[in-house]
Design a protein around this ligand. Structure first.
Ligand code: NAD
Ligand code: GLY
Length: 372
């Protein structure tokens, strides 16, 4: 087993640790024991993750004298729904979960968001821990306490801030993750460099292949650097009244693209973010905020790892610019009818831009559609 790195998310009496390393799952039971009141844990996971990793989790819990029950939902975004929430809440209640019990979210961002939200509302709030199994969840969704489900009106519109008690990141779990999912998660890794750490982005330009191949050393550095940045931002602004919005680089465009494709397998969240980040750089250049060559540099890097970087890379009949703008308005980042964008002055120099004019967005999207 390689060295374990620990990152602290500093939130006063709700602070918690993130442990990162290879092969940590076998130690999960021992690590969770201090968080359990009656040595009982309720696991929420999905069918894919259960197939690969549930037995190891159960073994580790049993070895530590912790009893367990499981709720297994269908894999995919469709479980992050009212129906999925009912399945998880009722499954946890049927499994006898009490107010002081611990829920364990074992899976990607869908499971973390869903199980975390179920934990936030079940019996008016039970504690939970995150064991993220996708790259996206390890670098982003398992940290920071955003939980929730989607509504027919849009993504993540029903939710709560509910911080986990602990996050265990076993990098070895990524070995069973399909390549396409690894690449999609990589977009969120690149996001950290692009929003606030040019040196990290330079490093990624050299090492992205090793990160996606889960190479020890490289993947550790990428995940720990990402979690460190996220922990710092969350500690500063837990409920996104300010600086936390920077984590949405590429997301206003990206969420509109996801919504347009109906959250289908056509476009994964990380793929939408990859296209959205390139758009954010190009839009910033169009507004005269950054060097126009940066959009191409970002696109070149993301393309090299196999990510889409433009709407035309996805075979889909995209709606027109006005329709995409309408999807953007549904985004949580719209406030008082005005859109908020995360724009850039350079690599690692993102900032929050409120009051971006609709006409500028429409002009940019029309130009972007025409880009060859
Ligand atoms: P996901 O949870 O759907 O996982 C992707 C796929 O990989 C699923 O089919 C899953 O079953 C499978 N899988 C997961 N781990 C595996 C493993 N180790 N081996 C084999 N298969 C595995 O998707 P995701 O990309 O992890 O998360 C996307 C979700 O995260 C979106 O709903 C997004 O809104 C949310 N998100 C939340 C936050 C937050 O701060 N809460 C941040 C970013 C994204
Ligand atoms: N993924 C954005 C956030 O956690 O704020």
């Amino acid at each position: 087993m390689s060295e374990t790195q620990t990152i602290r998310v500093g939130l006063g009496d709700r602070s918690y640790n993130i442990d990162i390393g290879h092969g940590l799952l076998s130690t999960l039971g021992k690590r969770l024991a201090p968080f359990t009141n009656r040595r009982h844990v309720a696991i929420v996971t999905d069918g894919n993750v259960a197939k690969h990793h549930l037995a190891s989790v159960e073994e580790s819990l049993t070895a530590a004298g912790i009893t367990h029950a499981s709720v297994i939902v269908d894999p995919g975004e469709s479980s992050k729904s009212y129906a999925g929430l009912a399945t998880v809440c009722d499954g946890l209640l049927a499994a006898g979960v009490e107010r002081n019990d611990l829920v364990l979210a074992l899976g990607g961002g869908v499971i973390g968001d869903l199980a975390g939200f179920a934990a936030a509302v079940l019996r008016r709030g039970v504690r939970f821990v995150q064991v993220p199994t996708t790259l996206l969840a390890q670098v982003d969704s398992s940290v920071g306490g955003k939980t929730g489900i989607n509504s027919p009106h849009g993504k993540n519109l029903v939710g709560a801030f509910h911080q986990p008690q602990y996050v265990l990141i076993d990098l070895s779990l990524l070995e069973t993750l399909p390549q396409r999912e690894r690449r999609a998660g990589y977009a969120e890794v690149a996001k950290y460099g692009l929003l606030g750490d040019a040196g990290f982005f330079n490093w990624l330009e050299e090492h992205a292949g090793d990160v996606i191949a889960v190479k020890p050393g490289s993947v550790d550095h990428a995940v720990a650097t990402s979690c460190q940045m996220k922990a710092k931002i969350v500690a500063e602004d837990e409920t996104e009244t300010g600086v936390r919005a920077l984590l949405n680089l590429g997301h206003t465009f990206g969420h509109a693209l996801e919504a347009a494709t109906g959250y289908s397998g056509k476009l994964l969240h990380g793929e939408a973010v990859a296209i959205g980040m390139v758009q954010a750089f190009r839009f910033s250049a169009k507004l005269g905020l950054c060097d126009p060559s940066l959009g191409s540099r970002v696109a070149k890097h993301l393309k090299a790892v196999g990510l889409p970087t433009h709407m035309r890379d996805i075979s889909f009949n995209w709606p027109n610019a006005g329709e995409l703008l309408r999807f953007m308005r549904q985004d949580k980042k719209a406030s008082g009818g005005k859109l908020t964008f995360i724009l850039v002055k350079g690599i690692g120099e993102a900032f929050i831009a409120k009051d971006v004019s609709d006409q500028h967005v429409l002009d940019f999207l029309n130009e972007d559609f025409a880009r060859t």
